[in-house]
Design a protein around this ligand. Structure first.
Ligand code: HEM
Length: 263
């Protein structure tokens, strides 16, 4: 009944307003923080290919818990992706509440931002555009990872990036996720005053420098990584090695030793 009255009047009979919007804001921040930090970890793991194919293979097998199950269990990765997907969808649902829902609202926000001439307000637009793009781009990637967790590895990933045409999607997703992620973490720090210290204004300036540096760092790392997968995918395609799975150097050496030859 109280809900109904608040629905009509904007207040309960006691003259109070619902705390739900504040709780939803909190959920948006918490899921955003998780996803932002997850993306940093994700970028380091995926970029293991820049060190070597063997290293990326080892990282993949580690996440399949090959230290417990012989050869690894990709279903574990599917489970992790499902969890990340649920957090991703929750975060997107919370974010949707902030998007203008018609042209009039959009015009009002635009005019407001213009009259303020405030950089952080302009950042909000980047969040809205990149967030909207990620509804589609992120979902495609997460669904594929969840249902093809057994096809993650130096050759399988490179084949997906190049031969299965994921690279155009990854270029757009990378741009969206790096801008959205670092702006999001910056805004979280400002909103909740995490590093305010004695002089919040000076802190905000410093945070801005960090935001910029992190955006560039992860964009450069991301594009270098993407280029590495594209190169491997292209070379394997030219060599007619489509469908082939990477065999780590240690296993090749073991095979040669067991057969009386040393590499
Ligand atoms: C647990 C969940 C995830 C797993 C297991 C995963 C795994 C991977 C893997 C293995 C690659 C290499 C290419 C490939 O194999 O297709 C990749 C690339 C990429 N992923 Fe994810 N991913 C996950 C979640 C996410 C999320 C939530 C996002 C952002 C919304 C994301 C954004 C990207 C981007 C932009 C690339 C290309 C990066 C580059 O090449 O530098 N991933 N991911």
């Amino acid at each position: 009944m109280s809900d109904l009255i608040e629905g009509y009047l904007g207040k309960t009979v006691e003259g109070k307003k619902s705390r739900v919007p504040a709780k939803l804001d909190y959920l948006q921040s918490a899921t955003g923080l998780f996803l932002g930090l997850f993306m940093w970890g994700h970028m380091f793991l995926v970029s293991s290919i820049l060190i070597s194919k063997d290293f990326m293979y080892a990282v993949t097998k580690f996440f399949e818990a090959s230290f417990i199950f012989d050869g690894g269990e990709p279903i574990i990765v599917s489970g992790v992706v499902l969890f990340v997907f649920i957090v991703f969808i929750t975060h997107a649902a919370m974010g949707m509440r902030k998007l203008p829902s018609n042209f009039k609202q959009y015009q009002v926000i635009k005019a407001h931002a213009k009259s303020m001439g405030h950089e952080d307000t302009k950042l909000w637009f980047i969040q809205a555009y990149t967030g909207f793009a990620m509804f589609f781009l992120g979902s495609v990637h997460l669904y594929i990872m969840m249902t093809n967790a057994d096809a993650i590895g130096p050759y399988a990933s490179a084949e997906r990036v190049w031969s299965a045409w994921m690279w155009p999607l990854y270029i757009l997703l990378l741009l969206a996720v790096e801008l959205h992620g670092s702006i999001g973490l910056y805004r979280l720090a400002v909103k909740w005053g995490w590093f305010d210290g004695k002089d919040p204004k000076a802190t905000r300036k410093r945070l801005k420098v960090w935001k910029k540096a992190l955006t560039w760092f992860f964009l450069i790392l991301g594009f270098a990584t993407l280029a590495a997968y594209i190169k491997i995918g292209y070379e394997n395609q030219q060599a007619g090695k489509i469908g082939e799975r990477y065999v780590p150097t240690a296993q090749i050496m073991e095979y040669k030793i067991n057969n009386g030859r040393v590499a």
